[in-house]
Design a protein around this ligand. Structure first.
Ligand code: NAG
Ligand code: NAG
Ligand code: NAG
Ligand code: NAG
Ligand code: NAG
Ligand code: NAG
Ligand code: NAG
Ligand code: NAG
Length: 275
């Protein structure tokens, strides 16, 4: 832990020193990569030994967030960013595709006139999530829905069947629209399957190489209308069996009781004769 901190401090010092050596402008850009929906930390490189008067991150002259003695208002980024003054960093979360691009970190030390600047090139990657499949079956009809959030429009949803099925009797309904929250394209494809003339089979859906797991459809399901009937008849059958069992037990017990009574009655006169 201590070693890591020392290491970080040394690195920051070294980098800060480099910044100072190279003076005002760092022509190199620092690459930064974050996933859609995820987070990144913009790290401004500065000399931890000196006191910062201010630092902030901007993008195309739009203020993102930062620290200033007088305080500054992050406006639209207030709910998605957090400043760490001691680290000279700004954390940004809930990343969107539109966040990609060049950012600048500007900073100034107390008692120094130079304004330091560094560039950060943020790349947003669409996480290669597999499509999400949901299956809903009602009696002999099944609806299988495949949804996928992607960075490009018009990618086709491809359905695969195992074993292969004749797909001419399917009804596929696909839509492709912009998801405003993530600035990504939302693909939704639903297949309606009439299971009455089909054996159970597996389905998977794929979008541009990302393939979902297989889902089994057309499993012979008990008809929901007969389902309560089955339960009722089972209960009735169980009840009847119980009654029969109890009756049989009672009859047996009654008989054996009567049998011993009869034996006793038969034995009585014998004993009298003996004595
Ligand atoms: C930030 O969150 C607060 C509370 O949820 C909300 O009222 C405000 O509109 C949000 N600001 C922005 C810029 O989204
Ligand atoms: C800044 O970062 C340091 C180290 O990661 C952490 O210990 C500290 O709590 C952070 N401060 C804030 C205000 O988040
Ligand atoms: C930023 O990074 C991306 C991805 O690595 C690259 O394609 C792009 O050219 C970079 N932009 C600049 C201005 O360096
Ligand atoms: C898949 O979709 C269902 C229903 O919309 C949702 O509850 C579930 O969280 C999703 N799963 C994933 C991995 O996105
Ligand atoms: C699929 O079914 C249709 C009609 O039921 C039939 O015309 C077609 O030849 C079948 N295709 C295959 C590959 O079996
Ligand atoms: C296809 O799906 C969309 C959105 O879910 C719905 O509005 C439309 O009615 C569906 N079309 C058919 C033919 O089922
Ligand atoms: C399903 O297909 C069978 C014949 O294969 C047909 O009789 C039945 O009406 C179909 N059901 C629905 C809801 O389309
Ligand atoms: C269908 O999927 C199940 C698991 O979802 C798997 O165990 C089974 O082997 C698959 N069947 C075929 C024919 O691929």
């Amino acid at each position: 832990m201590f070693q890591r901190h020392m290491h970080q401090a040394c690195l920051a010092l070294l980098l800060g020193w480099m910044v100072l050596l190279e003076s005002k402008d760092l022509s190199d850009t620092t690459p930064l990569v974050g996933p859609v929906g995820g987070e990144v930390t913009f790290q401004c490189l500065f000399d931890l030994g000196s006191s910062l008067e201010w630092f902030y991150i901007q993008r195309r002259y739009n203020f993102i967030n930062g620290y200033h003695i007088k305080g500054i208002d992050p406006k639209e980024y207030t709910n998605r960013t957090e400043v760490n003054r001691t680290q000279g960093s700004v954390r940004m979360w809930d990343l969107q595709l539109s966040d990609k691009g060049m950012y600048e970190c500007k900073m100034k030390y107390i008692g120094k006139d130079d304004i330091l600047e560094m560039k950060i090139n943020l790349t947003i990657i669409a996480n290669n999530r597999v499509p999400n499949v949901t299956v809903t079956c009602v009696s002999s009809l099944c609806w299988v829905t495949c949804s996928y959030l992607g960075d490009y429009p018009h990618k086709e949803v491809q359905w695969s069947t195992f074993p292969h099925q004749n797909e001419s009797q399917w009804k596929v309904n696909s839509s492709d629209e912009m998801d405003t929250a993530y600035q990504m394209y939302s693909l939704v494809s639903t297949v309606k399957i009439n299971c009455s003339s089909m054996m159970k089979f597996n389905l998977s859906c794929g979008v541009g190489g990302a393939v979902s797991e297989q889902h089994t459809v057309c499993v012979a399901l008990p008809d929901p209308t007969t389902h309560p009937l089955i339960v009722v008849s089972l209960v009735v059958v169980l009840f009847v069996i119980c009654v029969i069992c109890i009756a049989a037990f009672m009859i047996k017990k009654y008989r054996s009781l009567r049998h011993t009574n009869d034996m006793e009655k038969e034995e009585m006169p014998e004993r009298e004769q003996l004595t």
